[in-house]
Design a protein around this ligand. Structure first.
Ligand code: C2E
Ligand code: CA
Ligand code: CA
Ligand code: CA
Length: 283
């Protein structure tokens, strides 16, 4: 609080005394305020994870973990309201390792029951988290402590993360692979340079972005999606379609060989209890 007040005073000149108010925040102060609020929120257990099912030929085979913030004042916040800003600072690192911890604990719990032992989980990892010098050590540590099967864990990386330090990225992805963890190239098809990454980086999976899927009625988009599926298969990648909302989209993708799908048609992101109760013979 003292830190925030100081930075507000500084921004307005040395001899001015101003009452600190949110509307006077400089971007830097807004950043600090968010960081402080997130730290408080994490301490109070305000962050929750929703599970969005991934279907394979009509069956639930796993889920992507998507974070939400039950904010005491602002209500339920979606990632769009805080992730991008959190990525500018170190709270994304704390949040990200909490997500990883939850994923591994959940996988270990599921592993103990035959009905759920086959389920996989995908987590989103931000650039700043991935670039931490102790990122790999942290992953190894959480696997060891929880006993989670690394083959059931997928780490989703976006292209923006890959641009800045390719050598570090390759080294870390190889290390994850040797631990048994697969990486997915998230939001594939949004940026033109993704092909280079697929060629040079050891991905196990690509996720076709929802904007591409939602444009499927356009014959050119349909042709692109077909080509993407063939490309992924040829490269030996698991291909996951995101944002599948309609039966037409499901049928088109399945017909062209993309059976692993995620989207509102198959299920919205929901709390664990709801996800678990949707599983056959379980919940
Ligand atoms: P993403 O990784 O591309 O996640 C997919 C987003 O699409 C999710 O939004 C999901 O709710 C939404 N979605 C899924 N199916 C459909 C559909 O059929 N139609 C439509 N219109 N949307 C669909 P959400 O939950 O708001 O997450 C937004 C982004 O926030 C994620 O995009 C991801 O980049 C980021 N994010 C979420 N959780 C985390 C996290 O734990 N860590 C990090 N670093 N980023 C996260
Ligand atoms: Ca994702
Ligand atoms: Ca995505
Ligand atoms: Ca996205």
């Amino acid at each position: 609080q003292a830190k925030l007040a100081m930075c507000s005073a500084k921004a307005q000149g040395r001899n001015t005394v101003r009452i600190f108010a949110p509307t006077m925040q400089s971007p830097y102060c807004a950043q600090l305020a968010l960081e402080a609020d997130m730290a408080r929120g994490m301490q109070h257990g305000e962050f929750v994870l929703h599970f969005q099912p991934q279907h394979e030929g009509g069956q639930v085979v796993g889920a992507e973990l998507l974070v939400r913030w039950k904010h005491p004042v602002k209500g339920l916040l979606m990632p769009g309201a805080f992730i991008e800003q959190a990525e500018q600072g170190n709270m994304i690192v704390a949040l990200g390792s909490w997500v990883l911890e939850c994923a591994c604990a959940q996988l270990a719990a599921w592993h103990a029951h035959p009905a759920t032992a086959g389920l996989s989980l995908s987590v989103n990892v931000s650039a700043r988290q991935f670039r931490q010098a102790d990122f790999l050590a942290g992953v190894a540590d959480v696997l060891r402590r929880t006993g989670a099967d690394p083959a059931r864990l997928t780490i989703e990386l976006t292209e923006s993360l890959l641009i800045d330090d390719v050598d570090d990225t390759i080294a870390k992805m190889k290390a994850l692979k040797s631990m048994g963890i697969g990486c997915a190239l998230d939001d594939f098809g949004v940026c033109y340079s993704s092909l280079t990454y697929l060629k040079n980086l050891p991905f196990a999976e690509m996720k076709i972005d929802q904007t591409v899927i939602q444009d499927l009625r356009d014959p050119k988009s349909a042709a692109i999606v077909r080509a993407i599926i063939v490309l992924g298969e040829t490269l030996g990648l698991k291909v996951v379609a995101e944002g599948v909302e309609t039966e037409d989209q499901r049928a088109f993708l399945s017909t062209h060989g993309c059976t692993r799908q995620q989207g509102y048609l198959h299920g919205r992101p929901v709390p664990l209890q709801e996800f678990a109760s949707s599983l056959p013979r379980h919940g």
